[in-house]
Write a protein that binds this ligand. Structure first.
Ligand code: SF4
Length: 525
């Protein structure tokens, strides 16, 4: 028969919780079991006026739950999130709103973010890390580190050129003078400024609407985009995110790995043993810094760049005497410091009669100058190690791809990290912390879900009831006639209990016996 349904009902009457309408395996229902924000109110109290003064704001826990719901469901824009929450029972229940209650305005979430600042969101994230460590799904011993670019929320039209001021100044200068044969025109001045900018690296464009984002690319054959860079540390076990930090897109990954490793150790309370990273981190300072901390770096070293016919690897560093020896066994001594190393110079008298002088020295030089990084021996060790990587090294590096690159893919595909939601570095940091917190809560909830098995979806009371029932069943199986459980059974079912174990009737048979019916008649009833 064709069914029909009346539409336009005027009211929804409901007794009980909205939770009853949400499936147990819904991500918000699962995350709710592991989310603890009871500490938050005390943490933000000092940011609000004293009780009784002013209009009461949104409950801090409600605000964070709304934001987390957005990141968990991939609805990262406040307007869209609150529009969705109007009709989404799961979001309403997760945030603590009934069906009839009005939701806050989307701008309230913006004001809360501004009031709290990024560090409070880092605390929320760090607490999820600790919860994962306590649940033993993260250990923090093997850590995979990687970085990813996040497109800034700016239009291409909003990009300006960094040397615009110089161009304008030269334009003014050229235009203020009467055109003559010897004076350069405004166009010539612009061309000259562009050429100078290209040569000095200042030609890169700048985001006028979001100056914190800078032009960057993750491949040589891809164009530069206004971007931020997220640096992430992921645990090896279950892919729990242990630390995230956001910088401008141009930042070098190598500058952030050591502070990040220290942050991971502080968050987990465990000593990091192994760090894996890709070739973007293959710097002497990274190898040296990790070795100083007693950490094993599984980072594939790059081959030495060959820029001269007599490459740097032919110069032997003698750490004991702190000298460098050239291929002709002449000594180069350290003199001038640069940011991450020192210049070693040979003597001009040594090079004057050298047979390979034309290959070794740059044009116009009378002696050799070589930069040696502070952690040069560590870099050489890493290069030697890369030539004979063990199976374990290869396995760890493969897991690096699954874990860190897997997290970035997951966060960008499902949690809105592909593009910055708001402008400014602090807003981007908040987005990164909330995304990482959402992913960690997902991992924690999944671990609990797997652990509970047949108990999943039950309230604590139901679990206790089932546990009690199991204990009773186990006690009956012991068949001890003196146990209180069996005695109670005996009182309730004297005929059944009097029978030996094998001859005991089935449940239907016992019920039929109590009612004085045969089993088949009971089935018909
Ligand atoms: S040119 Fe000078 S530094 Fe180079 S190999 Fe000869 S002696 Fe050594």
């Amino acid at each position: 028969m064709l069914g029909s349904r009346m539409r336009g009902q005027t009211e929804l009457l409901m007794a009980g919780s909205l939770r009853d309408l949400i499936p147990d395996d819904h991500v918000l229902a699962r995350v709710d079991r592991v989310l603890d924000l009871s500490w938050l109110r005390a943490e933000v109290r000092h940011l609000y006026a004293a009780d009784g003064a002013g209009r009461p704001g949104i409950d801090p826990e409600v605000a964070v739950r709304l934001m987390l719901a957005g990141f968990l469901l991939g609805i990262v824009h406040d307007r869209r999130l609150l529009r969705e929450a109007q009709v989404n029972i799961a979001i309403r229940w997760f945030a603590g709103y009934g069906l009839h209650e009005a939701l806050p305005d989307h701008s309230s979430l913006t004001r809360i973010r501004q009031r709290w600042g990024a560090e409070l969101f880092r605390q929320i994230f760090t607490r999820t890390v600790r919860a994962c460590v306590e649940a033993r799904i993260a250990r923090g011993e093997v850590v995979h580190i990687d970085a990813t670019l996040i497109r800034a929320d700016v239009a291409w039209e909003s990009l300006g050129e960094r040397h615009a001021d110089a161009v304008l100044a030269q334009d003014d200068e050229a235009e203020s003078q009467p055109p003559s044969h010897g004076t350069e025109t405004a166009r010539t001045a612009r061309r000259r400024a562009e050429r100078d900018g290209k040569q000095t690296g200042r030609y890169k464009k700048v985001c006028l609407t979001d100056p914190d984002a800078t032009m960057a690319t993750n491949a040589r054959n891809r164009r530069l985009e206004p971007a931020y860079k997220q640096h992430t540390a992921v645990d090896d076990g279950f892919g729990v995110v242990l630390d995230v930090e956001v910088t401008t897109g141009q930042a070098n990954e190598g500058d952030h790995v050591l502070p990040q490793v220290d942050a991971v150790a502080a968050a987990t309370g465990t000593t990091v043993k192994v760090v894996t990273a890709d070739q973007g981190y293959a710097y002497g300072k990274v190898y040296g810094g990790l070795e100083e901390r007693g950490i094993d770096p599984v980072i594939p070293a790059k081959k030495e760049p060959i820029r001269s016919r007599v490459p740097l690897r032919r110069f032997r560093y003698d750490a004991r005497h702190d000298i460098l020896k050239c291929p002709m066994r002449r000594v180069l001594r350290p003199q001038r410091r640069v940011e991450h190393g020192r210049y070693f110079y040979s003597r001009a008298t040594d090079c004057r009669r050298c047979p390979i002088r034309s290959d070794c020295l740059s044009k116009g030089r009378v002696n050799k100058a070589v930069v040696v990084s502070d952690h040069h021996p560590a870099l050489l060790r890493a290069r030697r190690r890369k030539e004979r990587w063990s199976r374990e090294d290869a396995r760890l590096y493969q897991r690096h791809r699954w874990r860190s690159e897997g997290f970035h893919g997951e966060a960008k595909s499902w949690h809105g990290l592909a593009r910055a939601v708001r402008r400014g570095l602090q807003n981007m940091r908040i987005q990164a912390f909330l995304t990482a917190a959402a992913v960690n809560l997902k991992r924690l909830a999944a671990a609990l879900f797997a652990l509970l098995g047949p108990w999943r979806g039950m309230s604590l009371l139901a679990m206790l009831a089932r546990l009690l029932a199991r204990t009773v069943a186990a006690s009956i199986r012991t068949n001890d006639p003196h146990s209180p459980t069996v005695r109670r059974e005996i009182v309730q079912q004297p005929h059944a209990a009097a029978l030996p174990q094998r001859a005991r009737p089935c449940r239907q048979g016992a019920a039929a016996h109590r009612l004085g019916l045969d089993r088949h008649r009971l089935r018909r009833r």
